[in-house]
Ligand binder design. Structure first.
Ligand SMILES: NC(=O)C1=CN([C@@H]2O[C@H](COP(=O)(O)OP(=O)(O)OC[C@H]3O[C@@H](n4cnc5c(N)ncnc54)[C@H](O)[C@@H]3O)[C@@H](O)[C@H]2O)C=CC1
Ligand SMILES: O=C(O)[C@H]1O[C@H](OP(=O)(O)OP(=O)(O)OC[C@H]2O[C@@H](n3ccc(=O)[nH]c3=O)[C@H](O)[C@@H]2O)[C@H](O)[C@@H](O)[C@@H]1O
Length: 456
């Protein structure tokens, strides 16, 4: 089949390269000339395992091409995927301007006939309906267009694996012929295909991310309760996870969920639900609970250092999770900002193996970015493990003791072997693990003030 993808972000590029690997002819477009320049020169601009070789292989085989506009490639695509970004607006709604801009360009695409436009981007319910009406009113009479919703569930850092081994594929359309073509396109992927209407497909995507957000906030609040009551949250998570009705995934407590999707999609769902008259109070509470977590960590640091002003504190890991260079809504940003706001004299050093320039752009200027964990830790009074990159687990107790002024580690992801480190003279404090000292607990007034500040 001839396919086109508009928006060569992580989703668009992985989808395009993935379908090319399955033997289809794919053209990928993006308005970002820098990105298209890199891709045309053979460089993938994302830290995404397996994507570089997937792209290289399919470009070399002549199945994958890149361009700034369809006129450059004379597209005759039967199926066009829209995979542009849908970032949050200030009020929590999703910005759909990139989607409408991309869609409006479709009306100038060469060639008529029957075309299927698939919305891959995560969007509010009803967007595919609006898009179809918009396209039909603008396309020439010889062009028959059908819009479908095929939401994407891939995870960053595992996008290629998730493309080839998805848990499920949802095809949202009411048009039987459109379903048949899209079903045929996806049939080689080893996953159940669920046919739904478009609105159900759109809401199922938002519901999936909101469910994950609620689950994580539950885990984090339970971990806080474990700390305050002297229980051990990781053991509780194991107990919960062994119940097949609960399952073991996404129960990890720590600094909370970040990234370009979970927070954005949860916020958008709350807005959508308010307008629809079916408020999602649980999801709203999950968002609030999540943004509190960096503050909890600041309070822990304050308790551990008895006042971190003019101290040197190292942040280990900055991206929103390991395996990616993505800094979008990374908890490290709120943590660093809050530390600097509350303790203007603090010296913050930081190291991340992948964040590079993204970290420089996302973090306050005062954060000193280092090019190794050792450089960040040298002379530090304490360190906070923010992102559980595997290389941090290789640092030995002796290294922490030699490099740091005081080997105090706040493990914000329960990634380190606290027992071993503690036995070897390093103070390692995990999340939901140790009984909190009274000063750890957030005062009610402080909690309310912070919550008001971060109200979703
Ligand atoms: N990142 C992820 O793992 C997942 C993302 N999603 C959703 O997929 C969508 C895309 O996400 P990402 O790939 O992460 O976004 P991204 O921000 O990495 O990439 C979006 C791309 O679209 C391009 N673009 C914007 N307007 C355009 C236009 N008018 N014409 C052509 N290109 C245009 C941008 O230049 C950018 O390269 C979002 O709605 C997101 O919520 C869904 C599942 C997973
Ligand atoms: O819509 C999207 O873009 C995607 O959003 C998430 O994927 P992703 O943002 O790549 O990251 P996750 O692996 O879900 O992690 C999200 C956040 O939760 C945190 N997390 C995850 C798991 C856990 O146990 N504890 C925890 O704090 C991570 O550190 C990270 O900050 C979903 O998992 C994907 O299914 C979805 O397609």
């Amino acid at each position: 089949m001839k396919l086109a993808v508009v928006g060569a972000g992580i989703v668009g590029l992985t989808t395009g390269a993935g379908f090319a690997e399955l033997g289809h002819q794919v053209e990928c477009y993006d308005i970002d000339a820098g990105k298209i320049g890199l891709l045309t020169a053979g460089a993938v601009p994302y830290h995404e395992p397996g994507l570089q070789s997937l792209v290289e292989r399919n470009v070399a085989a002549g199945r994958l091409r890149f361009g700034l506009a369809p006129e450059q490639l004379t597209s005759q695509a039967e199926v066009i995927f829209l995979a542009v970004g849908t970032p949050s607006a200030d009020d929590g709604h999703m910005q759909l301007a990139p989607l409408w801009a991309a869609a409006d360009k479709l009306t100038a695409w060469p060639g008529g006939g029957r075309r299927i436009v698939v919305v891959k981007s995560t969007v509010p319910v009803g967007t595919a309906d609006r898009l179809e009406a918009r396209l039909r009113s603008r396309l020439p009479a010889d062009c028959e267009v059908h819009v479908a919703s095929i939401p994407e569930f891939m995870r960053e850092g595992g996008a290629v694996r998730d493309f080839f081994e998805p848990a499920r594929i949802v095809i949202g359309t009411n048009d039987p012929e459109t379903f048949e073509r899209l079903d045929l396109l996806h049939r080689r992927l080893p996953a159940p295909i669920l046919g739904t209407d478009r609105r159900t497909a759109e809401l199922s995507k938002l519901a999936a991310n909101a469910h994950l957000a609620v689950r994580l906030s539950f885990a984090n609040e339970m971990a806080a309760l474990a700390e305050q009551t002297g229980a051990d949250y990781p053991a509780i998570a194991r107990v919960l996870g062994m119940d097949p009705r609960i399952g073991p995934h996404f129960l990890g407590a720590g600094l909370g969920f970040g990234g370009s999707c979970l927070p954005k999609d949860a916020r958008a769902l709350v807005r959508l639900a308010d307008e629809a008259g079916a408020p999602q109070t649980l999801v709203a509470a999950a968002i609030r609970a999540n943004v509190m977590l960096p503050l909890r960590m600041v309070r822990k640091l304050e308790a551990a250092l008895s006042g971190p002003s003019r101290r040197r504190v190292a942040l280990l890991g900055l991206t929103f999770k390991p395996g990616t260079d993505d800094m979008r809504e990374a908890p490290s940003i709120r943590l660093a900002t809050e530390l600097l706001r509350r303790h203007p004299g603090i010296v913050l050093t930081a190291y991340d193996p992948a964040a590079g320039e993204h970290a420089k752009r996302a973090l306050p200027n005062a954060v000193q970015l280092c090019d190794s964990a050792e450089a960040a830790l040298r002379g530090a009074d304490a360190a906070i493990l923010v992102t559980e990159w595997p290389e941090f687990r290789k640092i030995q107790a002796e290294d922490f003791k030699n490099w740091m002024k005081r080997p105090i580690l706040l493990d914000g992801r329960n990634a380190l072997d606290a027992e071993t480190l503690n036995a070897q003279g390093v103070v390692c404090i995990g999340v939901g693990r140790l009984p909190a000292t009274p000063s750890d607990a957030l005062g009610a007034a402080e909690l309310t003030a912070f919550q008001t500040e971060v109200e979703p």
